[in-house]
Design a protein around this ligand. Structure first.
Ligand SMILES: Nc1ncnc2c1ncn2[C@@H]1O[C@H](COP(=O)(O)OP(=O)(O)O)[C@@H](O)[C@H]1O
Ligand SMILES: [Mg+2]
Length: 220
């Protein structure tokens, strides 16, 4: 004998409340940013050369730069941010200090994965290779949310080098993108080495920090 069919009864309980989409969006954005933070830490740690892997700095300008930048949300694209130009002679600690600032940035919760290069590496990367245009790579640097260019002015100058410097720095300047430069060119010679167009922009966009002291490599 078949069982008598049960009468249909609607599910009991209250109708669920409507979804709060604004709260849901906020939750997803927070998760997304947290992922970006973790990625920034992980990728920076992977990219760091061992010599500077635990670099830290007590220079107040660098700590302030890192802290100010870390509060900006860059998960959805680049945000405006301050730029720094670290100046000083060979071995005074510019690369160490710049990397220390990036480490502080990610440690303070910065969510942009820094792109790091030296100026000579950048030119090598951009030089047109057979069948490829150099411009594909330039965007990697012009559009980086956070960029470090070490040893600006260290490469032999040519019209091409000046043009690359101009295009890179002008873009970073126009969009007010956070950038960390180092150079061992004495401040008074920047115009002669980098050209006036680039130096003028660097002077306006960057806070200049001059590192003084002996060549730490020789001292060691
Ligand atoms: N604040 C510092 N504390 C400890 N070691 C440092 C510090 N600054 C630099 N060094 C070390 O001194 C050497 C030269 O520093 P580096 O940053 O490479 O100089 P620069 O880039 O100015 O030529 C490196 O071995 C670096 O690890
Ligand atoms: Mg260096």
């Amino acid at each position: 004998m078949t069982e008598p069919r049960k009468a249909f009864s609607p599910p009991s309980g209250a109708i669920p409340p409507p979804i709060d989409w604004a709260a849901e969006d906020a939750r997803v954005a927070t998760e997304y940013r947290e992922e970006a933070r973790l990625r920034a830490r992980r990728e920076l740690a992977k990219a760091l050369p061992p010599r500077y892997a635990s670099a830290d700095t007590d220079l107040p300008e660098l700590a302030a730069w890192a802290a100010a930048l870390a509060v900006k949300d860059m998960t959805n694209g680049p945000a405006k941010g301050p730029a720094l130009l670290l100046l000083g002679g060979t071995g005074v600690g510019k690369t160490h200090a710049a990397i220390a600032a990036l480490r502080r940035y990610v440690a303070a919760g910065g969510d942009a994965t820094p792109v790091m290069t030296t100026a000579p590496d950048l030119y090598a990367d951009l030089r047109p290779k057979s069948g490829k245009t150099g411009d594909v790579s330039l965007e990697r640097y012009t559009d980086a949310k956070l960029l470090m260019v070490d040893d600006l002015g260290a490469a032999k100058t040519s019209e091409w080098v000046e043009e690359v410097n101009y295009r890179l720095i002008n873009h970073r300047y126009n969009h007010e993108l956070p950038t960390l430069f180092t150079s061992n060119v004495p401040p008074r010679e920047l115009g002669a080495v980098l050209g006036e167009r680039v130096t003028s922009r660097l002077t306006e966009m960057c806070r200049m920090v001059v590192l003084k002291g002996p060549d730490r490599r020789r001292a060691a």
